[in-house]
Design a protein around this ligand. Sequence first.
Ligand SMILES: Cc1cc2nc3c(=O)[nH]c(=O)nc-3n(C[C@H](O)[C@H](O)[C@H](O)COP(=O)(O)OP(=O)(O)OC[C@H]3O[C@@H](n4cnc5c(N)ncnc54)[C@H](O)[C@@H]3O)c2cc1C
Length: 230
Amino acid sequence: MESKTYIVKSISEIAEDIVKLELDPESGEPIQYSPGQFMLLTSPSGTKRAYSIASSPSMEHLEFAIKQVEGEFTSQLKTIKEGDKIQVEGPMGPFIYNTCGGYVLIAGGIGIAPMVSILRDRDGRSECQEVTLFYSSRTKEGLAYYDELREIDSRNENLKTIFTLTRENPEGWEYETGHVDAEMLKKYLEGLEKKRYFVCGPARMVEAFRSLLKELGIPEENCTFEGWNV
Ligand SMILES: Cc1cc2nc3c(=O)[nH]c(=O)nc-3n(C[C@H](O)[C@H](O)[C@H](O)COP(=O)(O)OP(=O)(O)OC[C@H]3O[C@@H](n4cnc5c(N)ncnc54)[C@H](O)[C@@H]3O)c2cc1C
């Protein structure tokens, strides 16, 4: 594991209560990582938290998508500014996406961050086999990377993206509503017991999927779970 000082390149809100943080290595030499991994960030005032990498390794900057929950780290997002220093340690994490096909990515809320890294990484690579993304959010305004994910979906035939809203059904909404459940998985997945699952989001949602995937007969070794207390 490496530790390096990074400089804040930009910080901006990209969805309701979701902040995008872009960092550049101070030395010019970035820490290498695989799509889907996470880093430990130490804020300028010394608070350390884990955040999934949303950028892909081919991008020049390191990118994070952070949900504002007014805790110790996230309440500092209002004052962190371009040029500030952030210590980055890593990479870590079980979401190592090392083959190209047969994946089902299930993201709840800010659990989309590592999935964005994976989808950016495989964007335009026609050798990749199929991937299905289910991304649930309470509201449309809360969907981070919505436009980019739609664009990636439209140019990759081997990718199917399903957005679902759990608290609203806005006019003209062309995707799903309600939580991702067995019925929704069966609607979009053929041979669902043979797929490889990555589930990421709030801890309670991830625990619910642990039970659901087991009930559906998916072997545990084909599932990777990452649940956060956000
Ligand atoms: C491997 C991993 C990857 C992660 N990746 C991401 C990511 O990509 N994006 C992301 O947004 N998060 C991610 N997280 C979560 C992140 O690490 C932090 O836990 C999160 O940002 C909250 O940090 P905080 O310091 O703001 O909150 P903390 O101060 O640690 O508080 C934790 C929770 O308690 C609540 N809380 C704090 N104080 C009080 C209080 N007095 N009363 C009631 N509630 C309180 C906060 O609102 C918050 O919900 C990840 C976690 C892990 C383990």
